[in-house]
Write a protein that binds this ligand. Structure first.
Ligand code: PXP
Length: 241
């Protein structure tokens, strides 16, 4: 199972001062040296953290693979087609949100996604749609022609109490099975941390977890190298059991 390290929040710290440190490009190097299998960044329309410059330099420096999260809007799709990351994950974006709040409404957006997904795919980019573990959204994702879904693990991460967590995990497991049955490949992410990652990492057939906030938060205290290594160890141990 691969770990994609989302380094948006390195840029969040830099943008707090609007200067040039800390540099997400340097963070990507350290994350890869510690075992990250991919680097994930979200170029938001409002450019609140990652900047165009970051994406372009990361394209040149990332040695594993670059996963660009983007909204289905012409400006950012055009940048993706020019930069050509290995992967693109289409996410919903709302101006007022603190982070990506929910999954895409693929059914409602199918007219546009039905054009964007093939354009990106024809550009040599593997496309993933960030969706809630909801059967209707997964079926719509398959209809869109996307190769992957990234299952939104937010409801699982926020579940309080044993039974709510078990129920959210069951929904994720069923979503994996449905997606695989429809020929989709499956990633997952959002809200995963050092305490809650194991049961999700143990779900067979999830190929990649994308984790940002928890790793960068831990990195502030223990260093990025240790933060990435500890997360990878937890994921691998979960798979071995
Ligand atoms: N996957 C996607 C599609 C996301 O939008 C995000 C948040 O940027 C993540 C994973 C990572 O979420 P977190 O920062 O909570 O680990």
């Amino acid at each position: 199972m691969r770990l994609g390290v989302n380094i948006d929040h390195v840029a969040t710290i830099r943008q707090a001062r609007r200067i040039d440190i800390p540099d997400p490009v340097e963070a990507a190097v350290l994350a890869e040296l510690a075992g990250a299998d991919g680097i994930t960044v979200h170029l938001r329309e409002d450019r609140r953290h990652i900047q165009d410059r970051d994406v372009r330099i990361l394209r040149q420096t990332v040695k594993t693979k670059l996963n660009l999260e983007l909204a289905d809007v012409p400006e950012i799709v055009a940048i993706a087609l020019e930069v050509k990351p290995e992967d693109c994950c289409v996410v919903p974006e709302r101006r007022q949100e603190i982070t990506t709040e929910g999954g895409l409404d693929v059914r409602a957006g199918i007219a546009s996604l039905g054009r964007t997904v093939p354009r990106l795919t024809e550009g040599g980019i593997r496309v993933s749609l960030f969706v809630a573990p909801d059967p209707d959204q997964i079926r719509a994702s398959a209809d869109s022609g996307a190769a992957f879904v990234e299952l939104h693990t937010g409801r699982y991460a926020e579940a309080r109490g044993e039974s709510a967590r078990a129920e959210a995990l069951r929904a994720l497991g069923e979503a994996v099975d449905l997606a695989r049955g429809l020929g989709l490949r499956v990633n997952a992410g959002h809200g995963l941390n050092y305490v809650n990652v194991r049961p999700v990492a143990a779900l067979p057939e999830i190929e990649e977890l994308n984790i940002g906030h928890a790793i960068i938060a831990r990195a502030v205290l223990v260093g990025l190298d240790r933060a990435v290594r500890e997360m990878k160890t937890l994921m691998w141990e979960a798979r071995e059991r």
